[in-house]
Write a protein that binds this ligand. Structure first.
Ligand code: HGY
Ligand code: MN
Ligand code: MN
Length: 414
């Protein structure tokens, strides 16, 4: 093994300390003091191994190592370093630690590769603070609009633009984060599986062939707040009564769509929010995923039909906003074959699998060849404090990526 287990462990544990909810899982939103702490650690580790470190216009951290071929396209490796609310230490940081550890191995073995390599830590993949998601990688492929920076807001009504300014970034320069396809040779991400498959099959590595398409619909149902005691049931416009009728049908719509389609309502807020007031307004977000976009569209259509019906019957209005849509993504066969070859060489058991989770890889696939591998999640748990991956399992994944980028990058030159 070239990688060092204790350094991997130290990285994960150190990054886990930059947390807004200690004792209740990890919460590290972008452009916050927790982001700042993790960012300074990552940059410090990159500088220790001689990387040229910079932050792009949206705050993605990039450590660059030149190759022998001066103007060759770059191989980028890494993942995101923000988290969901009350999440775990491994979702995202596993891929950042992969990048840091591979940079250390190349540095301490005095290696020079043909192609330049960039080691990256990406911001706001989860959308935990502002909604949407895949923000840092969308900025890299030119899919973030300046207008979005003003309309997407956090729970304190701070927009992305305001948060960026407060963090020292200039929202008017986001286009500078865009990467040109001709400048990138490949992007490789390592991520925890976040599901039960690898543990159930006893395989050490998941080689991802497809990532599901994801659509997130934000629905606002507007009724009329009224006194809960004096307003007869036949004279109410109860926004929650209407919304809950639709929400209760969402899982059925997903099952009817088939093909492993899933749909989740993970955000539900109501106003004014008092026991003796008929709910006047309800906001909920539906997250719909499938390997087939037609299944996603079918679930959306059913939700709209149900909203139409309920608005007539219950006397409410509704608005729908599409917060995120990413097509199902097929990853590079060439890179998959390289993973398979290296799993055989390294005697690692592996299986080809679908990713039900979204990843930056699906966004960066718009500009280059992309590969994504999984390492096992204990109990298949993720997006919760119980999230765990054994360091030895993470190390195996890092070794695989190390050998794979040597192959893609034309091997070591010195
Ligand atoms: O939602 C997802 O699948 C990812 O964790 N952002
Ligand atoms: Mn996640
Ligand atoms: Mn993730």
């Amino acid at each position: 093994m070239y990688t060092k287990l204790e350094r991997i462990k130290k990285d994960i544990e150190t990054m886990g300390r930059f947390n807004a909810t200690p004792g209740k899982g990890l919460t590290r939103f972008s452009y916050t003091p927790e982001d700042r702490g993790a960012r300074e650690y990552i940059k410090g580790e990159m500088l220790k191994v001689g990387l040229k470190v910079y932050e792009d216009a949206v705050g993605n951290i990039i450590g660059r190592m030149e190759g022998i071929l001066k103007y060759a396209p770059t191989i980028i490796i890494g993942s995101h370093f923000d988290s969901v609310k009350n999440g775990g230490n491994f979702d995202g940081p596993s891929g950042v630690v992969m990048a840091l550890e591979i940079a250390r191995v190349i540095h301490e073995n005095d290696m020079r590769l043909k192609y330049p390599i960039e080691f990256i830590a990406i911001v706001e993949e989860e959308g935990g603070r502002f909604g949407g998601g895949l923000f840092g990688s969308r900025a890299m492929v030119g899919k973030v609009t300046r207008e979005e920076l003003d309309t997407f807001k956090d729970d304190s009504d701070i927009s992305i633009a305001e948060a960026m300014r407060a963090f020292g970034l200039n929202p008017d320069r986001i286009q500078e984060a865009v990467r040109k396809p001709r400048d990138i040779k490949a992007f490789i991400e390592l991520h925890i599986e976040q599901g039960p498959v690898l543990e159930a099959t006893g395989k050490e590595i998941g080689i991802v062939d497809y990532i599901v398409g994801i659509k997130q619909l934000e629905v606002i149902v507007k009724g009329q707040p009224d006194h809960a005691g004096t307003t007869p049931m036949t004279m109410r416009s109860d926004a929650l009564d209407a919304a809950s009728t639709v929400i209760s049908q969402v899982s059925g719509f997903a099952k009817e769509a088939g093909e492993g389609t899933v749909a989740t309502v993970g955000v539900l807020t109501l106003l004014p929010g008092a026991p003796n007031i008929v709910p006047g307004q309800v906001k909920f977000v539906v997250d719909i995923r499938s390997r087939k976009s037609e299944c996603i569209n079918q679930v959306c259509k059913e939700i709209m039909k149900s909203l139409e019906k309920v608005s007539e019957v219950k006397g409410v209005q509704y608005d729908i906003e599409n917060k995120l849509y990413v097509e199902p993504t097929q990853l590079s066969k060439k890179i998959m074959d390289c993973f398979i070859e290296n799993c055989k060489k390294l005697n690692l058991s592996s299986e080809i699998m679908l990713s039900g989770a979204g990843h930056d890889a699906m966004m960066i696939e718009n500009i280059t060849d992309v590969g994504l591998i999984f390492v096992p999640s204990k109990g298949g748990r993720s997006h919760c404090p119980e999230e765990w991956t054994d360091y030895e399992d993470l190390q195996k994944g890092i070794e695989l990526v190390y050998h794979t980028i040597l192959d893609i990058g034309g091997g070591r030159v010195t």
